[in-house]
Design a protein around this ligand. Structure first.
Ligand SMILES: C[S@@+](CC[C@H](N)C(=O)[O-])C[C@H]1O[C@@H](n2cnc3c(N)ncnc32)[C@H](O)[C@@H]1O
Length: 226
């Protein structure tokens, strides 16, 4: 699997195919990172979220990991151009779950459009590796493509997923054939879903999970909220 071949085209493809929708999903729960000092971004891609987050929280420090050298290089170049000081952002070329973060070192874990890259067995290992790096009260922000429970929205999403996975499998040699729900895995590592926002008839989902948080949806479920 490698996103290298996609790297030169990733930003313009997103702009053409999705406009600002994915960035709205990435930043839906940005304010929940208030007070987080060390933030781990897995599968940073071109760093769209990294730059927005670094601007919003000038004291925070970032560790960005990506298996694609070409993606990571772009994230770093864009970050430097955006004025993010090298001391605040480190970039690690590594593949999860082989790469393991320092234990409990992070106040927040961010996985945007990342967990949907993995088949079930690998996803469990990736979540386990990332959860090990998360501190006792860590926040986990994630956004992904999703499949609504029922109705025409479900049929629509299934068709779009089939198309996307077909393309990504061909271009990047992705192993996953379909989306695997990460919720039970996150819950299994002590994270509680505080809030979920969806848009595009449930095709896009943005979650805020907290380790050791209160039971139930503290911020509620907000369909079409971004
Ligand atoms: C669909 S892109 C999403 C990029 C970015 N997070 C975003 O929101 O646009 C997935 C990214 O995860 C990286 N990736 C995929 N599998 C990985 C793995 N096992 N370890 C680390 N990075 C991986 C890819 O190289 C790619 O940059």
């Amino acid at each position: 699997m490698s996103f290298d071949v996609l790297a030169p085209h990733y930003t313009w493809l997103e702009a053409v195919l999705a406009g600002r929708r994915l960035q709205r999903a990435r930043t839906a729960w940005l304010e929940q990172l208030t007070g987080c000092g060390e933030i781990l971004i897995a599968g940073v891609g071109h760093g769209h979220f990294l730059r927005r987050c670094a601007r919003r929280f000038p004291q925070a420090r970032f560790t960005s990991v990506d298996a694609s050298a070409a993606m990571l290089a772009r994230a770093e170049i864009h970050a430097r151009r955006a004025g993010i000081e090298p001391g605040r952002a480190r970039f690690i070329h590594a593949t999860l779950p082989d790469w393991r973060p320092e234990r409990r070192a992070f106040d927040a874990v961010v996985t945007h459009f990342f967990l949907d890259c993995f088949p079930p067995d690998e996803l469990a290992d990736v979540v386990e590796a990332l959860a090990a790096g998360a501190g006792g009260a860590a926040v986990w922000l994630l956004s992904d493509f999703a499949i609504p429970a029922r109705g025409i929205a479900r049929q629509r999403a299934r068709a779009i997923h089939a198309l996307m996975y077909g393309c990504f499998r061909r271009v990047t040699k992705l192993r996953a054939h379909r989306l695997t729900e990460p919720d039970p895995l996150l819950a299994g590592h002590g994270f509680t879903l505080l809030g979920r926002r969806t848009s595009e008839w449930g095709l896009l989902r943005a979650d805020c999970w907290v380790r050791g948080g209160p039971a139930g949806f503290g911020f509620g479920m907000n369909p079409n909220a971004f």
